[in-house]
Design a binder for this molecule. Structure first.
Ligand code: ADP
Length: 279
């Protein structure tokens, strides 16, 4: 009887030792239904979770390195080219502009990574206060005016007065990222509609565009860090794939929900639901 308890415990001890060395991909087999069997099952679940986290961490580091590497390669390439003495003023300006743009891209990546990491460490909205969501949306639309009017995009507003209790700066970031994406992925002369209303216990914000849309099989993945639908295309519109991860984290910190759908006739619609304050 003692052996039937001691033996599986020794196996567990060895497996835990292996995990301590960083080998997370391990599963213990057992047919037992008693406490020892349950301990094995819990151990297997823990190992699976740790293996998943480890994979995500590696992927994240690989993505960060890739995202940083490509602007650095072009900065160093164009700086080398600039060393040549004989070069027209026009080419010089062209190379310098690329270096400037790529440096800005690097700076955006590092800002977004910092934001993502600080949000991941805060478990609650940083500074919740009551404010009018419709007024905030109007301000964000005005702040992004140069971008949408530059593409001659028509922006329609349908804003009911809605008050939420939330972190104002964080939510402003949510609308800036969502509207920024709609502008980026909508062609010249397109249309964007922003709607806010109180639906039951939630404040609902819907941002609809008639742009290129998001394939159905990627509508969940786009919220993962560095996920871009089309890497070549998205590079041309200066994205780093972090905007929607930040959006999702902020919405979740506020106990809200976000989803992406297809707008009938093409285009995308992002729906954010935030809890309205009780009482
Ligand atoms: P990015 O900085 O690349 O815009 P995001 O995390 O904000 O990163 O978005 C991830 C990807 O989701 C984008 O690269 C794009 O492929 C897709 N996407 C986001 N919003 C839209 C939209 N309104 N229309 C079409 N595609 C979109």
């Amino acid at each position: 009887a003692a052996r039937s308890i001691v033996k599986p415990l020794l196996r567990l001890r060895d497996a835990a030792g292996q995990m301590a060395q960083g080998h997370f991909d391990m599963q213990l087999r057992t047919n037992r239904k008693d406490e020892i069997g349950q301990l094995n099952t819990s151990f297997n679940e823990m190992a699976q979770e740790l293996a998943k986290l480890d994979r995500m961490r590696r992927e994240f580091v690989a993505n960060v390195s890739h995202e940083i590497q490509s602007p650095l390669t072009s900065i160093s390439g164009f700086a080398k080219a600039l060393k040549q003495k004989r070069m027209s003023e026009e080419s010089r300006m062209h190379y310098l502009t690329i270096i400037e743009e790529e440096s800005e891209r690097l700076s955006r990546i590092s800002q977004n990574l910092l934001r993502l990491s600080s949000l991941q460490h805060d478990r609650h909205p940083a500074q919740p206060a009551a404010f009018r969501l419709d007024e905030q949306l109007r301000k964000v639309v005005i702040a992004l005016e140069p971008q949408w009017s530059g593409k001659e995009i028509a922006v329609e507003l349908d804003l009911e007065p809605v008050t939420v209790h939330a972190d104002e700066d964080q939510l402003s970031q949510v609308w800036t990222n969502l509207l920024g994406n709609s502008i980026k992925f909508t062609p010249v002369h397109g249309r964007i509609c922003i709607r806010v209303y109180a639906g039951g216990r939630s404040a609902v914000v819907r941002i609809t565009d008639n742009g290129i849309g998001i394939p159905e099989d990627q509508r969940t993945d786009i919220f993962k860090p560095f996920h871009k639908v089309d890497k070549a295309r998205d590079r041309a519109v200066s994205g780093n794939g972090l905007g929607l991860s930040i959006v999702k984290l902020i919405v979740e910190l506020h106990e809200g929900e976000i989803r992406a759908d297809e707008e009938p006739g093409g285009g995308s619609v992002f729906t954010v639901k935030l809890p309205l304050r009780k009482g």
